[in-house]
Write a protein that binds this ligand. Structure first.
Ligand SMILES: [Ca+2]
Length: 433
């Protein structure tokens, strides 16, 4: 029907002779109707192909559209997720608020009555608990019992708040107030936490996993101090963030300053086995991973390109990268961040990316079944994106798949029957001869 060798001739016919075109269309339609009335194996074969192509199309569309925006969040500026809960700080039209979503039912947001918040408000989630702090009070909610009253504790301008575990005592709160770490139980009693390793050293950033702490103090900003809730001491964990001479020479040839001597850890995260840190060497922030059992560390992203917002969990490192960005000649395509991950537990060596577009993606986190990050478009509209780690077919595509299986079985049956019918007369003739 669509033979490209005769296409030009047909086009000329269509353009020059309406009568002939009409006649051609009429005979073709008649022929098609006749074929439909008494279909042969050719039509059935075509139908099977169509069913397979359409079904494949539906499924491919479904699995390539796995990201969904978190419901009820208007303009998230920060998001964190743990143990099946996603929490976003939302700069909504009704003011600053915290939006909670149960990831097992992501289309429904959970209403939370909380104190007045602003851009500096800090929050954390873990063990089905959520804590939210403004400058003067911290509220702690049990998300599994949303009707219960929250614990309310006094705080003093915390820059960070974390939920942590104190072995034998349960969940406690950790606060960084004017660079000093303070621990309190939910009843407001003091908890023993690491003291500053040198007098007067302030905390610049920290991370918590259960009762384990990773702290960065300004006396040695390129060293991680590892500690625990319930213990006052810390141990030093150095990081290997040095690039090769060639890589540093290339950065300098781009007009960048590489200052590895005065490197500073700007962000970090840890789980039971791994610690990840973004280390600023002036030119770029580099991504370093630490094997906590062995105490070894190494770079896991290209030392020449900026890597931000590292997070680790479930054996996977995830971060936001400006891969390929040359700061002296910034190409628009490389200015926005993409979400990259490395499946370190399964021995992956090469990072892979989850996004590849011109939108800005930041602040990723990794959960048992999901990746979460914040997506912002060119107009500054942001949303919390939920990306499923498992390929789960939506209802419409699993229905399409079921329907396709049934119709393919039926059509294949018809096809074989038609083939038999079409070939049998000639065979019987041959037998007669
Ligand atoms: Ca992007």
């Amino acid at each position: 029907m669509l033979d490209e060798r005769t296409f030009n001739a047909r086009l000329v016919t269509v353009l020059t002779s309406r009568e002939r075109t009409f006649y051609w269309a009429k005979t073709r339609t008649k022929r098609a109707m006749k074929a439909l009335k008494s279909p042969t194996s050719r039509e059935t074969g075509l139908a099977i192909t169509m069913v397979l192509i359409l079904t494949a199309g539906v499924i491919v569309w479904d699995i390539t559209h796995r990201d969904l925006p978190a419901t009820g969040v208007e303009s998230p500026v920060e998001a964190t997720a743990a143990d099946g809960w996603l929490v976003s700080l939302d700069n909504s039209s009704e003011g600053w608020r915290v939006v909670v979503i149960d990831l097992s039912n992501p289309r429904q947001e959970i209403e939370l009555e909380h104190q007045e918040l602003d851009r500096n408000s800090t929050f954390d989630t873990g063990w089905d608990m959520l804590t939210v702090a403004n400058n003067t009070t911290a509220h702690v909610y049990n998300l599994a019992e949303s009707q219960a009253n929250p614990w309310v504790l006094n705080v003093s301008y915390p820059s960070e708040i974390h939920l942590a575990e104190w072995l034998g005592h349960g969940i406690v709160l950790l606060l960084v107030e004017e660079g000093v770490l303070r621990g309190i139980t939910l009843d407001g009693e003091a908890v023993v936490v690491p003291a500053a390793p040198t007098p007067g050293a302030f905390i610049s950033t920290m991370a918590v996993h259960d009762n384990r702490l990773a702290l960065v103090y300004d006396d040695q900003p390129a060293t991680v101090r590892l500690g625990r809730v319930g213990s006052a001491s810390v141990s030093d964990q150095p990081l290997s963030f040095n690039a090769t001479e060639e890589e540093n020479a290339l950065l300098e040839s781009w007009g960048q300053v590489v200052d590895e001597v005065n490197a500073t850890i700007v962000q970090l995260d840890l789980d039971y086995d791994w610690l990840v840190a973004a280390v600023n060497v002036t030119a770029v922030d580099r991504l370093v991973i630490v094997d906590l059992e062995r105490g070894e560390s190494w770079l896991i992203s290209d030392a020449k390109f900026p890597a931000h917002d590292p997070a680790v969990g479930h054996g996977i490192v995830v971060w936001a990268s400006q891969w390929n960005l040359n700061p002296s000649d910034p190409k628009a395509d490389y200015l926005d961040h993409e979400i990259w991950y490395l499946d370190i537990e399964n021995g992956a060596v090469n990072p892979e990316h989850l996004t590849d577009d011109n939108l800005e993606q930041r602040q990723p986190s990794v959960l048992e079944n999901h990746f979460i990050w914040i997506t912002t478009d060119a107009d500054g509209n942001s949303m919390t994106t939920i990306h499923s780690r498992q390929i789960e077919l939506e209802t419409y595509s699993s229905r399409a798949l079921q329907l396709a299986v049934i119709s393919t079985i039926i059509l294949t049956g018809i096809f074989s029957w038609q083939k038999m019918k079409e070939t049998s007369p000639s065979e019987s003739q041959r037998e007669e001869e």
